[in-house]
Design a protein around this ligand. Sequence first.
Ligand code: NDP
Ligand code: BG6
Length: 484
Amino acid sequence: MSNETTAPPLAHVDTAQINPHQPTADALVLFGATGDLAKRKLFPALYHLQHSGSLDVAVIGVARSDWSADDFRAHARESIKNHVDNADLSVIDALCDRLDLVQGNYADESTWNDLKSMLDKHDSEVAVYYMAIPPSLFPMVAEKLASVDLHHRGRIVVEKPFGRDYASAVELNKTLHSIFPEDHIFRIDHYLGKEAVEDVLVFRFANTLLEPVWNRNYVRSVQVTMSEEIGVEGRGSFYDSVGAIRDVFQNHLLQVIALLAMEPPAGADSGFLQDEKAKVFAAMRPMDCNALVRGQYVGYRDEPGVTDGTEVETFAAARLEIDSWRWAGVPWYVRVGKALEQDATEVVIELRDPPRMLFDEAGGPPPGRNLIRLRLGKNDGVTFALQAKTPGPNMDSEEIDVNVDFAAALGERQDAYERLLDDALQGSLRRFARQDVVEGTWRIVQPALDNGGTIHPYFRGSWGPTEADSILVNDDTWYPVSPT
Ligand code: NDP
Ligand code: BG6
């Protein structure tokens, strides 16, 4: 795989066989109910669904931990109080009334029979089985569900990363397909549930202003940054088994890049959208390891759960190229990392210089280029960096920012997990990933997994190793991200 530069045929997906709208579920089964994802994201999301009146199902946790149903409810209550500002206690009570627990080891047949009895107790016919568990357990849980015939009574939500590399993603898909049809496999990537990420599509295709310049004729480079101030924060053991490339680059970042780079879909239907994403990855070159820099923050090796002398990256910067009619020759610079200076998920589209600089009577440094900044994180919005006349007698220009903060202009957005859980319960595949697209993303990062090269140390609170500059071409520099 590593030296392959041309795209292999992507997994055949018979889109006619995919029904994007499934029957509404009547139960949510949460594998990994005691875990970090459940605590920080899933219980708060369930709280919001309960609050808005959209939750109408039993929520059944499955845990190996020696918990009673009351322990489980107390844990959910605590998680919500810690992660939802001013949570309404009556809403928490109503949610806790829905919670039930199956306790047992996944290896024991009795656990699966207990789960079946629990679903019967709640008169469930269509369940959503949410795998908030270590990815190595996905195939086993799917097989165990089938062993007690529960696969006919529901659909699965599979967390990311879907596989560890191209081959294992294909293999995992094969296992899941031997049990569930494609339209019962919901591959979750919570970035696809973020309204700010969905807005990339609306922004590009609901405005006529941008599309004429959204190509190699006007765009000089694209920079995508996903930086986090936090380190691995108690997730050392999980993180050390994946690293930044598998944790966020292969999934969140490449999904965002697909939305930025794709052609207009033939229609709003999710199948058309997935088709266009698959084409982006077919046209994208697999990562060139000479244009990749991996880093690790100083102190990472002392984090609990991390192996001695680990070479796993907590930072990656790469230059990607898309050999499409629209993007050929435009460098796409991508950087992701933990323990960096500032939280940001930001895209900077840098436009080319105008053909002549007419307004420079006072001399001095040349004006900056036009930038379109898409902020996709907490402070989501858009900023156009434009040139306007400098006050005074001279015809000179200076940079001004035309800025919109989406929360202020449009109101607060829903949380991604709230939307995705609701979609899964309603049976809508719209915001989930299709297998050929997932395989396309693994094909792009595979060279980095095979031979990622040296790991460069960097200090917490920096912008990663200075070696990251080496992937820049054409005298480019990293643009600072927007201040928060
Ligand atoms: P955790 O390490 O917190 O584990 C989740 C739960 O899995 C554990 O609490 C454990 O519960 C259960 N589990 C079952 N069998 C095993 C086993 N053999 N080894 C370890 N744990 C087991 O993981 P996260 O909650 O962080 O992640 C779960 C999934 O969600 C992963 O796929 C991850 O990639 C994904 N994810 C996580 C995010 C996060 O911020 N945490 C964000 C986005 C995705 P018990 O023992 O009680 O059954
Ligand atoms: C998760 C990763 O998928 O995304 C985490 O496992 C990362 O390591 C998180 O912190 C970032 O998500 P968000 O929504 O906070 O940008």
